[in-house]
Design a protein around this ligand. Structure first.
Ligand code: OSB
Ligand code: MG
Length: 368
């Protein structure tokens, strides 16, 4: 097989409500989509790079640049027998995993469609439905926070993740725990703390959280090793794990007890699966993170989450929590018990709504 042509495009989408984290407040997304023509069959991928390089070093514009200038020339004309080979073709480019993943994911969808098989089967997944949790942004008031948690619990979501930052942490978590003593609860700091904050983080132990996600620096593995020794609450790493080797190091050093796997952050399905397998062998659970994706990225997340060791509820929730109208048909729906049915159709199993995608497009480029 060969990739015959690539189309990259940028679409703009308004979130139904602003999402605030320790990295800032976001109202609308600039999403880069990739369409890969694999021997005449087109597959879709989504780049999870943010609008600014605050979560990882990439942003929408760096991904655009790297895709057209470097990644496309490196894969053009290359013969491959599995999409798992794509990551190796672009090995010379250091980092830029989100750009790499968007290309690789599009190829997986194209190849699965060509074989008339669901992507999740090609990846080796086995789950018929996946467990869904939500990530709740930082709120201005405690009342607003409690009301939002209540709404999501009522909707059926299996676990609640609260975004925290210095000054919006202990009081918020304490209040939510008091109101909802039995829910599966966790927090995500997006690297907002330092080791000097460990006494504050230690107080989180009182709220029997499932985990605390990425409290320290985005690339600070050693800090997390030290912090995990001080905490009873399991640390879950997100930002820190951008390669298989980082996952190996985190496991060996005891930097965390859980890993949040994100396709974009690790460079696509093949790398995500390697990290998944490694964690499985070592008895470490993983779950699927989210990056406020449109339906395309969400569909890829669902396919990945069917692998057996995705044993904790992920941040893959219903389309309607993010968008007034999603760009796939059907939209992603979550049942009253907090599960998502895995689609049975070929490829990602959701139909891209081309008309709507065209309407949202602000630029596109064909790479041949
Ligand atoms: O750290 O998991 C994160 C969104 C953007 C960037 C980073 C993160 C997030 C989320 C939202 O937590 C997850 C989602 O609902 O897509
Ligand atoms: Mg996170």
């Amino acid at each position: 097989m060969q990739i015959r042509e690539l189309q990259i495009r940028e679409i703009h989408m308004e979130l139904v409500e602003p999402f605030e984290t320790s990295m800032g407040r976001l109202q609308s997304r600039r999403i880069l989509l990739v369409e890969a023509n694999v021997d005449g069959v087109v597959g879709f991928g989504e780049c999870t790079a943010g609008e600014n390089p605050f979560y990882s070093p990439e942003d929408t514009d760096t991904a655009w640049h790297v895709l057209r200038r470097y990644l496309w020339p490196m894969v053009k004309g290359k013969e491959f027998s599995s999409p798992a080979e794509i990551y190796g073709f672009v090995d010379q480019v250091r980092g830029h995993n989100m750009a790499k993943a968007s290309l690789e994911c599009a190829v997986w969808d194209g190849v699965a469609k060509m074989q008339n098989a669901p992507l999740w089967k090609l990846l080796g997944g086995s789950r018929q439905e996946i467990s869904s949790g939500v990530s709740i942004g930082i709120k201005d008031s405690l009342e607003d926070l409690v009301a939002t948690v209540k709404k999501e619990i009522t909707a059926g979501y299996q676990r609640i993740k609260l975004k925290i930052k210095p000054g919006k942490d202990l009081e918020q978590v304490s209040r939510v725990r008091q109101e909802f003593p039995r829910i599966k609860l966790m927090v995500d700091a997006n690297s907002a703390y330092t080791m000097a904050d460990w006494p504050l983080l230690k107080r989180m132990d009182a709220f029997y959280l499932m985990m605390i996600e990425q409290p320290l620096g985005w690339d600070d593995l050693f800090g997390h090793v030290k912090l995990q020794k001080e905490l009873n609450t399991p640390i879950c790493l997100d930002e820190c794990i951008h390669t298989f080797e980082q996952a190996e190091a985190a496991l060996a050093l005891g930097a965390c007890k859980i890993i949040n796997v994100k396709l974009g952050r690790v460079g696509g399905h093949a790398q995500a699966r390697r990290i998944h397998d490694l964690c499985e062998k070592n008895g470490m659970p993983v779950w699927c993170g989210g990056m406020l994706e449109s339906g395309i990225g969400r569909a890829h997340n669902i396919a990945m989450s069917t692998l057996q060791n995705f044993s904790l509820p992920g941040d893959v929730s219903a389309s309607s929590r993010y968008w007034r109208e999603d760009i796939i048909e059907p939209e992603v729906m979550v049942s009253g018990t907090g599960t998502i049915r895995v689609p049975t159709g070929s490829g990602i199993g959701f139909q891209p709504r081309i008309d709507l995608i065209e309407k949202l497009t602000v630029r596109k480029e064909r790479l041949v």
